[in-house]
Design a protein around this ligand. Sequence first.
Ligand SMILES: [Zn+2]
Ligand SMILES: [Zn+2]
Length: 285
Amino acid sequence: MALFDWLKSKPDPDPPVVAQAPKVVAPVDIAALGKRLRLPATLLVPCKATGPLPASESKFGGEPWLGLAGDETGTAGRWPHCPACQVPLTFVLQVFQRDVPTLPLPPDCDLLQVFLCEESECPNVLMGQSFAFYVFCAASGVDSADAQEAGSEEGGSVTECALRLQTESELPSYQDLGTAELAALEAELDDAAIDAQWRPREGSKVGGYPAFIQDNEHPACNQCRQPMQFLLQICSDERQPPRSADVAPFEFAPHELMLGDLGTAYFFACHACAPQVVDTVFQTG
Ligand SMILES: [Zn+2]
Ligand SMILES: [Zn+2]
């Protein structure tokens, strides 16, 4: 949603019920706010592999490292199956912590993996879509030799891609700022500058802030009820804006992963309730 539209759509605050003495509000220091909120993000730019990549690399698709991924479903060392419908899961992405040191993982884990259930009848599917995500955290130090053999018969519908890692630092969406912060921002910058600076990067990435396609959604942990922390996003459309339909007709991203209509899946974790509380938000164009 464009900034103008979003501002127009903001409901007016309710009128005060009782008259109150005016409060003295400290002015918002935009530079300090930006410094406090800026977070590192690592873009995971997919580059189509020219040959099979080793299971010990960070990548989309191909052969995953299967050292511990199956632990979630009680099948350590074997290809993981969906706990809800038992079909073999599709391997989507794995990121080793040595490649992205800021990757927030539980203690003793150094590998994050994302698998997908593509069974349309699966009871775990997201909001009427025909897929459900599973995120596993694993220790890659476990000997994976037998596991690779066991998993090598399973196919994958995600095209294998190496990752070009691009480290950025970014600010949250202006839509997540409070009224006073937004007013201070508008006093200093025009709408185009706000939109350019206070907008998280699109494309698959780890860390930073979610780049929502629709309105912002920040899930709360189902155990402690606190807001969860953004972990990563996986995008069907890996092109960075500005995009022009005339100049750059859409082509599938190198990983060929199509989630709904050019959708993005956003993953959140609760670090307080670690290790395995992860929630997924899915949005589509
Ligand atoms: Zn399933
Ligand atoms: Zn929690």
